[in-house]
Ligand binder design. Structure first.
Ligand SMILES: C=CC1=C(C)c2cc3[nH]c(cc4nc(cc5[nH]c(cc1n2)c(C)c5CCC(=O)O)C(CCC(=O)O)=C4C)c(C)c3C=C
Ligand SMILES: [Fe+2]
Length: 420
């Protein structure tokens, strides 16, 4: 991981950034509560603190940032289409994106905001000025069509890279699918994430290499990373309790461990835009909601246990011989114990698009997973799509897959080895 935390400023010398930091940190002091359905632990883990002066390093030797990095509060995801079939244009774009990303992750501007010349156009759009690095990470992905004969890059295709198979749940809006390049910008300030994507889109357009395809702005991380309390999704349930957090598990399930050296420490990114039918959910009995996930809403404890991190027991039955965690519960179908040990990293965010044309809340989950084999996502989603009790309340409306090359070494750029 490429994390590095900048030390906070000396006492007595406060900047706007320090004040922001203090305000957010004190707002995060949430008392412990307890309930009949399991104990709720205090939400006070080290990685829950927002420190807008914190920065992550873009260059490194392992995987790209934004994967193992504990999820920040906000995301802007964007997929792009190539508008040039010339591999040199792609090479230049990846090099220009890489140096711009490194600067923005340090909280710097990528050009003049107000050029001296009267006729000058700004090199940076300016809206992130003075907001700090805000833990910005930008993760760049390459879509299946990058590795085509037309691009002259078919020989560089990572062995498992391909389009996702069709799955039972697919109900896509064609405008929310696919893409040749992906940008996942995450930050603790939404304007910092937005600024990063906006300026990278500007570079893509200015070089005539790529055009915007689809995008999602998300909030309220719906996955926990190491050292973070488990957040809640828009159905009000803790999401990410049994996510991957340990280095050994990243190595085993997330990072690619085979193939040419430059593919190792890469990963496959699956993105699904999943609409959640909020109004229907909100009139459902909570006991039914608990059975749908297989967990208690308040505590996050499995229905077979008492505390959030109790291991679910999928075999235990109640007095009438029924499984305590129903076989159609989301966790019964997705758990690694019931899927030949398959595990994926979930790094999802809630999203809202306001209201739909019927006046219903248009919102859901921007589901993002990382795994070292796209088939791992497909195996889980094939089961979920066929039998998950949650399906009554969700629709998969968008989908894409990208190969995530490893982090570039200092002085290099993302995907440089594609062009050697
Ligand atoms: C194919 C992968 C998955 C999709 C798509 C998915 C959608 C989805 N999930 C929730 C909410 C929860 N998911 C939870 C657990 C969980 N989900 C998946 C996979 C997908 N989810 C896995 C692998 C797991 C872990 C299962 C386990 O090992 O027990 C939970 C429970 C808490 C947790 O462990 O995270 C919730 C809640 C929603 C709302 C959703 C689509 C909108
Ligand atoms: Fe899930």
């Amino acid at each position: 991981m490429n994390d590095k935390s900048k030390p906070a400023r000396e006492a007595g010398n406060f900047t706007r950034r320090d004040l922001l930091k203090g305000a957010v940190a004190s707002a995060l002091t949430i008392p412990a509560v307890s309930s009949a359905h399991g104990q709720i632990e205090a939400q006070h883990n080290p990685e829950d603190r927002v420190d807008l002066s914190r920065e992550h390093a873009f260059y490194g030797t392992g995987g790209q940032v934004g994967i193992e990095t504990p999820p920040q509060r906000h995301i802007m995801f964007m997929a792009f289409d190539l508008t040039s079939q010339n591999p040199r244009d792609l090479q230049v774009l990846l090099a220009r994106w890489s140096s711009a990303i490194a600067q923005m992750m340090r909280g710097e501007t990528i050009g003049q905001i107000e050029p001296a010349r009267n006729s000058g156009v700004g090199g940076d759009t300016g809206e992130a000025m003075d907001l700090g690095p805000a833990s910005l990470t930008v993760t760049v992905g390459l879509g299946p069509r990058i590795f085509s004969e037309a691009m002259g890059l078919a020989g560089k295709k990572p062995p498992l890279m391909r389009e996702l198979i069709q799955l039972p749940s697919d109900n896509f809006d064609p405008e929310l699918t696919g893409g040749d390049l992906s940008i996942q910008a995450c930050a603790d300030d939404p304007q910092v994430a937005y600024h990063a994507v906006r300026n990278l889109a500007r570079i893509a357009k200015a070089t005539g290499t790529a055009a915007t395809r689809w995008s999602v702005l998300g909030f309220g991380r719906a996955s926990a990373g190491k050292g973070q309390s488990t957040p809640r999704n828009l159905f009000g349930f803790k999401d990410g309790t049994r996510n991957i957090t340990e280095k050994a598990d990243f190595k085993r399930h997330v990072w690619i461990n085979e193939g040419p050296a430059w593919q190792q420490q890469g990963s496959y990114q699956v993105v699904r835009k999943i609409r959640m039918h909020i109004e229907n959910w909100d009139v459902d009995r909570v006991s039914d909601q608990n059975n749908i996930f297989g967990r208690h809403k308040l505590s996050g404890a499995p229905l077979s246990g008492h505390k959030e991190f109790d291991q679910p027991d999928f075999e235990v039955k109640d007095q009438s011989g029924e499984r305590v965690i129903p076989a159609t519960a989301h966790i019964s179908l997705a758990a690694h114990e019931n899927n030949q040990g398959i595990r994926i990293l979930r790094r999802s965010y809630n999203y809202t698009d306001g209201l739909n044309n019927l006046g219903f809340l248009d919102a859901g989950l921007l589901f993002i997973s990382y795994q070292n084999d796209p088939a791992h996502f497909e195996t889980l989603q094939a089961k979920l799509g066929a039998a998950d009790a949650l399906n009554e309340y969700i629709s998969h409306i968008g989908s894409a897959i990208f190969f995530i090359p490893p982090a570039p070494a200092e002085g290099s750029y993302i995907g440089a080895e594609l062009f050697t």
